[in-house]
Design a protein around this ligand. Structure first.
Ligand code: NAG
Length: 365
């Protein structure tokens, strides 16, 4: 309808080319596409009128360009209401890069002149966008005929959502509810919310307790259904499930379990453990190789101080490490063919590189 009425106006203007392109548009685009265009036409128009108001303020204290003396103010016709001021305002209405804006402005520039000189409609947006070029609608209404939004034009969607196309000639007036609300009129509560207040025109939805999937009140006794990770206790309240006490264990063998409200997590055991029931070397089920249980704590075995020597070759020394040990050649000896041989004496050295080479032997128990 909009396109048609606009087309007639264009016909009168003998802008035949534009008429053809408008008809082309009507047939070419899907209805949805057309509605989107109507929404964006309104926002373009709003941008223009907003910029007009800004320009009006910006030029409020200007004059015809010279000084600002009392003589000039008396002598010259009033800048305030002049065409020059209007032109200065119009220049700032559209970004040069905005095609839609410049097109709309070009098409309707004469309306600004008539509005400017008649000076009887203070609200430019209402007069221009809603009543004159008919791309916008009053607050709370939508669509070609500016019908009331779902839930009424006073409080569209009962204040709990956005009405599709509100304030424009596009959209379908349906509600896109805020989080926590659902239903055609945004009066119902989403899962995880409950109605704290409700009548035919008003609804306040509040979040349930963290333990509830659905509820009828704020506490954990008010759940209709418990969330995953929670279960009903003897008092019909939802309480945390301790997943860590389950058999078989919910974690891997080299992990321990940490329970939390509504959930759990698995943490790696300390490296001195083979299996564990908690963090650190105190909670091992068994000790990893190279470690032994000393007073309930897995500690490193000092292989070097064991009764049976572990480094058995001549001139070899033992060095203890965490969980293991090393056998290295004693000072003044170096490894050659897996034996520790005396280093050449100073002065009869062969090459410097060979002299500094030290090989260590790592032995795993
Ligand atoms: C509905 O509830 C709201 C908020 O409590 C109240 O302002 C309004 O008057 C009520 N309307 C009706 C019809 O009861």
């Amino acid at each position: 309808m909009l396109c048609l009425s606009r087309a007639w106006r264009l016909l009168i203007d003998l802008r035949l080319l534009r008429l053809l392109s408008c008809i082309f548009l009507v047939f070419e685009y899907q209805a949805a596409e057309c509605k989107k265009d109507l929404k964006s036409a309104c926002s373009t128009c709003r941008q223009i009128t907003d910029n007009f108001n800004k320009g009006f303020e910006r030029t409020a204290n200007q004059n015809f360009g010279g000084g600002n003396t009392a003589w000039e103010e008396r002598k010259l016709s009033k800048y305030e209401t002049s065409e020059i001021r209007l032109m200065e305002i119009i220049e700032g209405l559209c970004d040069s890069s905005s095609f839609e804006c410049n097109q709309m402005l070009e098409e309707h520039e004469e309306h600004f002149e008539s509005w400017w000189f008649k000076r009887k409609n203070p609200d430019l947006h209402k007069w221009f966008c809603i009543e004159t070029i008919e791309v916008c609608c009053p607050k709370g209404t939508f669509g070609p005929d500016c019908n009331a939004c779902f839930g009424g034009s006073e409080r569209p969607c009962h204040g709990n959502g956005q009405c599709d196309g509100e304030g424009t000639r596009g959209g379908n007036g349906k509600c896109n509810c805020d989080s926590g609300y659902k239903g055609e009129f945004c009066l119902d509560c989403s899962d995880g919310y409950f109605n704290e207040e409700r009548n035919n025109t008003f609804s306040l939805c509040t979040e349930c307790h963290a333990s509830c999937k659905t509820c009828n009140g704020p506490n954990h006794q008010d759940c209709d259904e418990c969330k995953d990770g929670w279960e009903e206790d003897d008092n019909e309240a939802c309480v945390d499930v301790n997943e860590c006490t389950k058999d078989p264990s919910v974690c891997k063998e080299d992990e321990h379990c940490l329970n939390s409200e509504g959930s759990f997590s698995c943490k790696a055991c300390d490296k001195v453990c083979t299996g564990c029931s908690g963090p650190g070397p105190e909670n091992c089920k068994a000790c990893a190789s190279g470690y032994q249980d000393i007073e309930g704590k897995c500690s490193d075995v000092d292989e070097c101080s064991q009764h049976e020597p572990v480094c058995t070759k001549e001139h070899q020394e033992c060095i203890n490490t965490q969980g293991s040990f090393l056998c290295i050649c004693a000072y003044g000896y170096e490894e050659e063919n897996e034996e520790c041989v005396q280093k050449p004496l100073l002065g009869e050295c062969k090459t410097t590189t060979e002299e500094t080479t030290e090989t260590t032997e790592h032995v795993e128990l």
